[in-house]
Write a protein that binds this ligand. Structure first.
Ligand SMILES: CC(C)(COP(=O)(O)O)[C@@H](O)C(=O)NCCC(=O)O
Ligand SMILES: [Mn+2]
Length: 974
């Protein structure tokens, strides 16, 4: 039993055993978290994103300049993009940056829009603007650095990033920034003086509430429980959110009953709060900081000072009223009877006793208020909590104790930013009220120093610092503080240093870089360096031995924590857990999911530590090869090598961080890890690591395609369908993400491997629903079924996989009268084919095949030979079209809760979904249920997954067919 019981809350409430007074408090479905996803890169998501009004755009100044200023005279949106919460200790900033739109004039997209009637992607057709919400903190004592930061990014100028887009925009004399917190009053003059802006003060409590409402409605895994060091995300049904109790523990405590947006009432509070803990703690322990006091408590034993029930009852429980011997009867009560002075007590014990006294008291009052108003949920936030695992555990324990397990305390990942977010929400035109969960994707960039840490530091030169690749270096002191503030812990780096076998060589290279870069450091302010260099240098510097618990900080480990309190307690979690929120208003939920609410994309649960360790090892081992490919894809230049090293460090550090705390970035599944890797590559400007491999394999496969089509055409339809499915499964072997497959590629040419793989296709496959699928497509006996109206084929890898596998299958469906939509990635991921690449591949294939040619023309894919997609559609009205849509993803897996609007539009008339490949049909979506017929096809290229998922072996195949639920009903009736 947890030793937390040693710290049972005090007795003293009469109705402690009165069950009737304990309403059941529910938390909704509790799950372990999954990460979020996004399309961080503007390039390919651009088309499905609102656009700036570029009409009459003109370059200003020197055309030769690298990033010249562009004037957008017709850009009229007035998006306010900075709000502040200025507290006594920390300043919290929330700011919005707009995506730079780099949409290419993609003709495929035009025809898709015409065919599916997808609204023209004009930004004004969406209620909100695509962009990013950034969360940044500064210490209030360093307010000048905060002002520098705002000024360098021109965040106070409102509207667009004026400096970047419209440097001619006059400084707005009447500019106003929304702010809350005491500092909004205290520093108003300073803001006016330094930035020329007025502060519009917003009510603190109102801000807290609207911040919390926004987060709980818009972010999937925002709320979590925290018990004995274990974090679990709670899925809140947004339709059933209100009413709830928000307990804000600052210096004092406010308890707010929230009934809706803008509807709230402070129902209670207590003057015994965070200030009491810190104030009394300071007097009693001589601690210098709040964090130090908390740290002490983690090593404390409150039994030396608290009077327990057992102390009164001779070590016995007081079982008659249900109190165990370990329950605290009286906080600090032992001090009365013992003949000791303050110095005779350990500061650690005093701190723990105090923490428990105050947390339990708050927990008790909160719970009683929840009972009083019949509230189902209690969320805790405020400075006192700020992500400290140990504090959360203590509060959770109190709530559990008082509610007898009926209620659970819940916490919010962004709780430190409630006020700032609320202030942001108070601008009139933000449009965030319309935001839905599927519009938001959270990313955890590595190179950007301002991503939610306890940040202060040098000003960056540009909102798009990474895109433009340059930033200003601040003073040496701020540089050093910045170093400690990336969204990675130092320990994560140290773990990486100790664990990675690549590290030796990387270190050497990095040390060379550091010497080269040393001059930057001495040059100091205003020297321009790239953020990447800074990152590389940062990574290197912190591989030097660092103390496990640097003095004066909360530290990340190295404490002797009583085992009963859980040994994975982190006291600084929230500082590292807040990423950048990408607002992508064009994302939609895939309309063919039976139940989006219960849909869980990940098949593998990384909450299982064994799984976590296995997949982390697989990904770490794959890293050297991936770095080689990535560097080669950028021409093997010195710059590419340096970026490759930095990428390896960054990704390994993410892994180390997640190994330490799997839920650090939200709920974690394998899909999230695989996507994180792709995102990390993009962050280090590797656009397409497998580009040349994909090209080579496409060419080789296209060369043999005519022979394959001839072979297929010589078969009867039954044999042909089987051969086609075999072909898809066999060609799925071309997967550069699988260690085993990559080893195979050294042993033969593409075509040799493909032939070998096809020859091995023996039924029954490990999962084999082929006969069912065949019956649906070909019918049985005389009865010929209606063809499917439209099939969505989620394609996987480039090369043989798509050319010799999925395209011939598409051709068969087209020939049977089914419209085919090839659904491909928006962004490159491993060797997956992208939606941008597919039209060329189809055009090449169409040269050898009339069916494909006519269908591709009808689908607007052979754009070179047509003038207007609508005309072509009329001409080819006899042909069913073959189309290509992007899925909105840049990962080997797919989360169907967030797909592109063109895919969602294409899905509306679809009655067949075919998911291909391990990533899309096994790692994710293996258990997904669709409203229409669904076929999941993959070769399992990993021994462990084969054993776990299908009780088989590596290279076994899956052909899983699930008819639409209505079909299931009719067949069971017949
Ligand atoms: C990354 C992948 C999901 C890609 O598979 P695909 O979707 O292309 O079939 C798969 O190769 C994978 O799970 N690889 C990691 C495991 C391994 O190397 O065995
Ligand atoms: Mn793939």
């Amino acid at each position: 039993m947890s030793s937390l019981t040693e710290g049972h809350p005090p007795i003293g409430i009469d109705d402690i055993n009165d069950e009737s007074k304990h309403k059941k408090l529910n938390t909704d479905v509790v799950e372990r978290e999954s990460g979020e996803r996004e399309m961080g890169h503007s390039i390919h998501r651009s088309g499905s994103r609102p656009q700036l009004d570029l009409s009459k755009a003109a370059i200003q100044g020197n055309f030769e300049e690298k990033d010249p200023t562009i004037l957008l005279p017709n850009q009229s949106d007035d998006i306010s993009h900075l709000a502040l919460d200025i507290g006594g200790s920390l300043i919290k900033l929330v700011y919005f940056s707009r995506h730079e739109d780099r949409s290419v004039n993609d003709r495929r997209k035009k025809s898709i829009k015409e065919i599916f009637g997808v609204s023209n992607c004009n930004r004004r057709s969406y209620p909100i603007l695509g962009g990013r919400l950034h969360f940044v903190k500064f210490e209030t004592t360093k307010i000048n650095e905060c002002l520098d930061f705002i000024s360098s990014k021109q965040l106070h100028r409102g509207g667009l990033d004026a400096r970047h887009w419209n440097s001619d925009a006059p400084d707005n004399e009447n500019a106003v920034i929304k702010a809350t917190g005491g500092g909004a009053f205290k520093f108003a003059d300073l803001f006016k003086e330094r930035l020329g802006v007025s502060i519009d003060k917003e009510d603190e409590m109102g801000c807290l509430v609207s911040g919390a409402n926004f987060l709980l409605k818009a972010i999937r895994h925002e709320a979590f429980t925290h018990m004995e060091g274990h974090k679990e995300f709670v899925q809140i049904d947004t339709n059933d959110l209100f009413p709830y109790l928000l307990v804000n523990i600052g210096s004092g405590v406010s308890m707010i009953k929230v009934d809706g947006d803008g509807k709230f009432q402070r129902v209670s509070g207590t003057n015994v709060g965070g200030g009491t803990y810190w104030g009394l703690g300071k007097l009693l322990t001589k601690c210098k900081s709040f964090d130090e006091l908390l740290e002490l408590s983690q090593r404390g034993d409150n039994r030396t000072i608290d009077m327990l029930v057992g102390d009164i009852y001779g070590g016995m429980d007081y079982s008659k009223i249900g109190l165990s011997a370990s329950t605290i009867a009286s906080s600090f009560g032992k001090a009365i009877s013992e003949n000791k002075n303050l110095e005779d007590y350990r500061p650690e014990d005093i701190s723990l006793s105090l923490l428990r006294m105050i947390s339990y008291n708050i927990g008790q009052i909160a719970y009683l208020n929840a009972l009083r108003f019949g509230l189902k949920r209690i969320f805790f936030g405020g400075f006192f909590i700020r992500g400290h695992a140990y504090t959360m555990d203590t509060i959770s324990f109190a709530i559990q104790f008082w509610s007898k397990g009926d209620a659970q305390a819940m916490f919010l990942r962004h709780e430190g930013f409630l006020g700032a977010l609320g202030a942001f929400m108070s601008y009139e035109k933000h449009g965030l009220d319309d935001l839905m969960v599927h519009h938001l994707v959270e990313r955890f960039p590595m190179g950007a120093p301002y991503t939610g840490g306890k940040i202060h530091g040098p000003p960056l030169g540009d909102l798009n610092e990474k895109a433009s690749g340059e930033e200003l270096v601040g003073t040496r002191s701020s540089w050093i503080s910045d170093m400690a503030d990336s969204n990675l812990s130092r320990d994560a780096w140290v773990q990486y240093s100790n664990s990675s076998n690549m590290l030796g060589s990387i270190h050497c290279k990095l040390h060379e870089n550091v010497h080269q870069l040393a001059s930057f450091q001495s040059v100091g302010f205003k020297q321009k360096i790239s953020w990447m260099e800074k990152f590389v240098r940062k990574g290197t510097e912190i591989t030097a031995p660092v103390p496990m618990a640097p003095p004066g900080t909360t530290g990340l480990g190295g404490f002797e924590v009583p085992s009963s309190k859980g040994d994975t307690l982190r006291s600084d979690a929230s500082n590292l857990n807040v990423g950048v929120l990408h607002l992508v208003p064009t994302l939609e939920v895939f309309p063919l999911l039976v139940d989006p609410k219960t849909y869980e994309p990940n098949t593998i649960d990384l909450a299982d530590h064994g799984e976590l360790e296995y997949w982390f090892t697989v990904l770490s081992e794959h890293l050297p090869d991936l770095v080689d490919k990535a560097v080669a894809s950028e021409g093997g230049t010195e710059d590419a090598k340096r970026r490759g090293d930095a990428f390896a460090r960054a990704f390994s550090a993410h892994l180390a961080r997640l190994m330490e705390e799997p839920a650090a970035y939200g709920k974690l599944g394998l899909a999230n890890l695989l996507e994180l890797r792709e995102e990390c590559l993009r962050e280090f400007q590797f656009v397409d690591a497998y580009r040349s491999i994909k090209q080579r394999e496409n060419e080789a496969s296209l060369a043999v395609l005519p022979d394959l089509l001839m072979e297929l055409d010589s078969m009867n339809e039954e044999a042909r369908l089987l051969t086609l499915i075999e072909g898809v499964l066999a060609a799925n072997i071309f997967d550069w993400g699988s260690r085993a497959c990559v080893d195979l590629y050294h042993k033969g040419t593409i075509i040799e491997i493909y032939r070998m793989s096809r020859n091995k296709m023996q039924r029954p496959w490990r999962v084999d629903d082929f006969d069912l699928f065949k019956k649906k497509v070909l019918g049985s006996g005389e009865k010929k079924p209606h063809p499917h109206k439209r099939a969505l084929l989620f394609v996987d890898n480039a090369g043989a996989d798509v050319v010799l596998g999925m395209l011939p299958l598409a051709r068969e469906l087209l020939r049977r009268g089914t419209e085919v939509v090839l659904v491909a990635n928006s962004l490159p991921a491993l060797n997956d084919v992208t939606a941008m690449e597919l039209p060329d591949i189809v055009a090449e294939a169409a040269k050898h095949c009339d069916i494909l040619r006519r269908a591709a023309e009808a689908g607007g894919l052979l754009v070179d030979v047509m003038i207007n997609a609508a005309d072509v559609n009329k001409e080819n009205s006899s042909s069913v079209p073959l189309m290509v849509v992007e899925n909105g993803c840049g990962s080997p897996c797919i989360d169907l809760r967030q797909v592109s609007s063109e895919l969602a539009a294409a899905a509306k008339d679809a009655d067949l979904v075919i998911l291909e490949g391990m990533g899309r049909s096994l790692h994710t979506n293996y258990n997904a249920q669709f409203k229409c017929d669904a076929l999941k096809l993959a070769m399992v290229k990993n021994q462990r997954l084969a054993e776990k998922l299908i009780k088989g072996n590596i290279y076994d195949c899956v052909c899983r067919y699930e008819p639409a639920s209505s079909d299931l009903q009719s067949s069971s009736l017949s």
